[in-house]
Design a protein around this ligand. Sequence first.
Ligand code: PLP
Length: 558
Amino acid sequence: MASYTLSQKYLSSRGGSYDFTFEEVVLQGLASDGGLFLPQAIPLMGEVPDDWTNWSFGELAYHIFSKYISPSEIPPEDLKEIVRKSYSKSVFRSPDVTPLVTLDEEKQLYLLELFHGPTFAFKDVALQFLGNLFEYFLLRRNQGKSGAQREHLTVIGATSGDTGSAAIYGLRGKQDVSVMIMFPKGRVSPVQEAQMTSVLDDNVHNLAVDGSFDDCQDFVKALFSDAGINKTHKLAAVNSINWARILAQITYYFHSYASLIKSGKITSSSKIRFVVPTGNFGDILAGYFAKHMGLPIEKLVIATNENDILHRFWKTGYYEKKPVHGREAHGGLPEDGVKADEDGVKGTLSPAMDILVSSNFERLLWFLAFQVHSLGPIEQQRKIAGQRVKGWLEELKSSGGFGVQHQLLQAAKIDFESERVSDKETLATIRGIYSTETPAAKEGRSQGTTGIAKHGRYILDPHSAIGVAAALRSIERAPPPETLHIALATAHPAKFSSAVTEALEKEKENGFRFEDVLPEQFVGLEKLPQRVTNVKKSDGLEGLRALIRSRVASREAP
Ligand SMILES: *Cc1c(COP(=O)(O)O)cnc(C)c1O
């Protein structure tokens, strides 16, 4: 008999459906009513031994994952093996997986380095796990089957940089899975492009589209709603709406807290704030889960760039693609002459956070609606929450935005604060941190961390700099010694060389050389053999469908 706890079954945020298994949620990605999957309850961390703070990243991950995955779906030994494979030394360069370093002792500001995976950005933490899950489920479904009988998964994704390479590294060489990543030709950074196209595994297909990122995304959407290809191919998504990605990210909130306890930096009365550079709201949502599982987080601070829909929501209660209400919320017009393109996304120095709307915000809305309507039986409460979310998302689609009631905004403010950081401030923060000696530079070196220049100086990437800038503001409101801040560092500076070089231009006189922070993995990357297929927009969906069919077919051939 299969046994499940409440948190091991899933529902759709738009209220249409309940009782999904973890496997269904992972393979399907999106609910058929267009909603996102959520566990039917947030589990408590529960009884843990006193020495849990000594647990390795993998032990912690296993404990957390098992709260959300029934042992009748993935037996404990198998789940342990999936975790081991995902976070082993051959995958992550740091023994801690996500090490914590001290940025400013006096201010009690710590940096959680999430960029020690294969593609040097935080998305690896989730996509390594997701890749192994896909493989596990398919191997099980295909036991004893051969040839055309075998189920084959075709993962389709569009990327402006980070997601694509992390997905490719998570899925390369996996049995029964093909991965097709579309990117706008000539519009991703040279390092990011080379990271993707230098992966030569048979099951990896890089498609360079002669258009914009949105054209790539339109292709992806068209494929997912195309009856023809869905009849013959099982399509899967790896973007941040996949629940397994959020789940994987919960681990490092607990892990970094544990490392503060171990180093004696927390007392029982300390307050902890996490500051998270935010785009699609996936990373920080994992923090929300950690908090509600029992981790004593005082606040989660959302740090946005000039694409600030989330920041405006927290200031005004309106979630709008274009600011209509409360223009003062983001301090007037965008500075530095940054021009928004037609649909309103601004190109900034932190491209992985350039979003118009945040897809995972829908998940938080569901919890807030559920919490605010806490009357009546739980089924009814869920139904109302789903209806609310459905209504809001319809309004967003039809009129570009929606507002929530005061009570709901108040509820959102209990767990979150928000900050908006401009490009100018991003550069100033990279400079400011570089110009002071930080313990992080030393600690980082002893951990074998690259990204730290010589002379004991620490170099932030532009995304991480947004987190640090927001943290410094939060520290003014909530200073030490009562409050400690952990800012999440989401990418290695070498991935965003032009922003870093721009920020540190003047430091060249003082000996700054970009080559000093270049990891050996990046040296000569652009000269490696590459495999990429050009896709013409004018060939349309027809052409793309044919391409996918032939690629998947050639892999299936014996
Ligand atoms: C994806 C990404 C982010 C944003 O994370 P979300 O989960 O989308 O909020 C921030 N920084 C970097 C470097 C990223 O790749």
